[in-house]
Write a protein that binds this ligand. Structure first.
Ligand code: PA5
Length: 447
């Protein structure tokens, strides 16, 4: 279940203003579903929960069973949209200490992520962490040419071949990439790896419900049927409901109303550490989809109550150019009751009999009021609990709202022209053939 609550937006999102944006939100939604807007060739995700390759889905489940039976750990190699969704799901839906807890506390493998940075320290630490473990590798890259995962895979391919021999290594390597083209596709076909497809009409940051996210999730023991079911329910609801009862369109409209009033920073707030990477996924989705052409709402995130002790001061009292979107989770998966202490030296006996979740919920309520009093509008998205179905719902809700919001803002949500600039410079500085002129230019600038 998901529910939008706009009652704590300090009157900055009135019914009248929402009604004024209704035609734009409706047009944005129909442009997405009827493929009439900018970047419409990348809107395959709008129907994905019902329109996906069922044969491939079965292969994902089969591959995950094989990996779980012959591997202690799955190494997921990817960056951006080719890793954040899987990482968000694994963090949200499995044990908080997945890779160190006894295997009886987890239904799947340990999961490690690689290729999402270029740190040699991280690489060395990772290689030590997997010492003595049987592993499988899932290398994920839609383009098949992204530098970070390509370097990591070059290293892991050799590692796997040294450890298992070339024949057996290829049984443990799975590639998720474009159906036809790219260096990874060529390499995977040449080596005979099992491959999964990132569909042509789905871009990286919208791909978590394809094999990109589903294979790592299934290996971690997450019920992917439930994930898809939740996304399907959200799709039914948000593609069909009228504006007045469509929380997805209303969320997209509300954040546009707020940014028009100078609220240029949206902070996604959560109260569960397991949601930290969901917020990272959300930041990429909104940042890369909306931040272009001098436009966009800057997506930030905090995890309370931890960050109340670091960022709380700014949110309460700093520059008033921000709003919060609170992900409110009603129930804890496992609660913990506070007991009475005879001496009460810490003075905490007033909490006796309460659960940790009750305390956490009251921290949330108190913070909401405080931040409202400090002039920060809060959008609230309520959900009953953290589970695979709600993960699927949240993914679909935020993807669709992002597409609608970007169209209202007047940008193409499906390209990322700004990401190319650093790559060109990096290639030039590293001496990649074809970048000689730029290298000279940059060498001058670096003097
Ligand atoms: O959303 C996007 O398109 C990007 O974040 C990509 O996912 C990211 O750059 C990785 O690209 P690729 O999957 O081609 O390696």
């Amino acid at each position: 279940m998901l529910k939008l609550d706009l009652s704590k937006t300090l009157g900055m999102v009135s019914d009248e203003e929402l009604q004024n944006l209704k035609p734009m939100a409706e047009l944005a939604l129909s442009n997405l579903t009827e493929k009439k807007g900018a970047g419409s060739e990348f809107t395959g995700w709008t129907r994905l929960p019902e329109d996906y390759d069922k044969e491939e889905y079965e292969r994902i489940l089969k591959a995950s069973e094989k990996i779980k039976s012959n591997s202690d750990a799955l190494v997921v190699i990817g960056i951006g949209g080719s890793y954040l969704g899987a990482k968000a799901a694994v963090e949200m839906l499995t044990h908080s200490f997945l890779n160190s807890v006894k295997h009886t506390h987890r239904p799947g493998c340990e999961i490690y992520f690689l290729g999402q940075n270029m740190s040699s320290d991280y690489l060395h630490d990772f290689l030590e962490a997997i010492e003595g473990k049987d592993i499988s590798v899932n290398v994920i890259s839609k383009s098949g040419t992204t530098t970070e995962p390509a370097i990591a895979f070059r290293i892991m391919k050799k590692y796997m071949e040294d450890k298992y021999g070339r024949e057996k290594a290829r049984e443990r390597i799975f590639a998720t990439t474009d159906e036809h083209k790219g260096a990874l596709k060529t390499l995977a076909d040449g080596e005979g790896y099992e491959t999964f497809v990132v569909p042509d009409d789905i871009g990286g940051r919208y791909s978590v419900l394809t094999a990109v996210g589903l294979l790592p999730m299934a290996c971690a023991g997450i019920d992917i049927d439930e994930v898809m079911d939740g996304a399907g329910k959200a799709m039914e609801e948000y593609l069909n409901a009228d504006f007045s009862s469509n929380d997805c369109m209303k969320y997209a409209a509300a954040r546009n109303i707020l940014t028009r009033k100078g609220k240029d920073i949206e902070i996604l707030v959560s109260y569960e550490p397991s949601l930290v990477y969901f917020a990272e996924w959300w930041k990429q989705l909104y940042g890369e989809s909306e931040g272009k052409g001098g436009k966009g709402i800057f997506p930030a995130s905090v995890n309370f109550s931890t960050d109340l002790h670091s960022m709380g001061q700014f949110i309460q009292d700093g520059k008033r150019n921000l709003f919060e979107t609170v992900l409110s989770v009603e129930k804890a998966r496992r609660d913990f009751r506070i007991e009475e202490d005879e001496k009460n030296l810490d003075g905490l006996n007033f909490l006796k009999g309460m659960t940790m979740n009750e305390i956490n919920r009251n921290a949330m309520k108190g913070t909401l009021i405080a931040h409202n009093d400090g002039g920060v509008p809060n959008i609230i998205i309520e959900t009953d609990e953290i589970n695979p179905e709600n993960f699927g719902r949240l993914v679909y809700f935020f993807e669709l709202a992002c597409g609608i919001s970007a169209y209202i803002l007047g940008v193409n949500p499906f390209d990322q022209p700004g990401v190319e600039d650093y790559k060109k410079n990096m290639f030039a500085l590293l001496g990649k053939p074809g970048y000689e002129e730029l290298r000279k230019e940059l060498t001058e600038k670096l003097k």
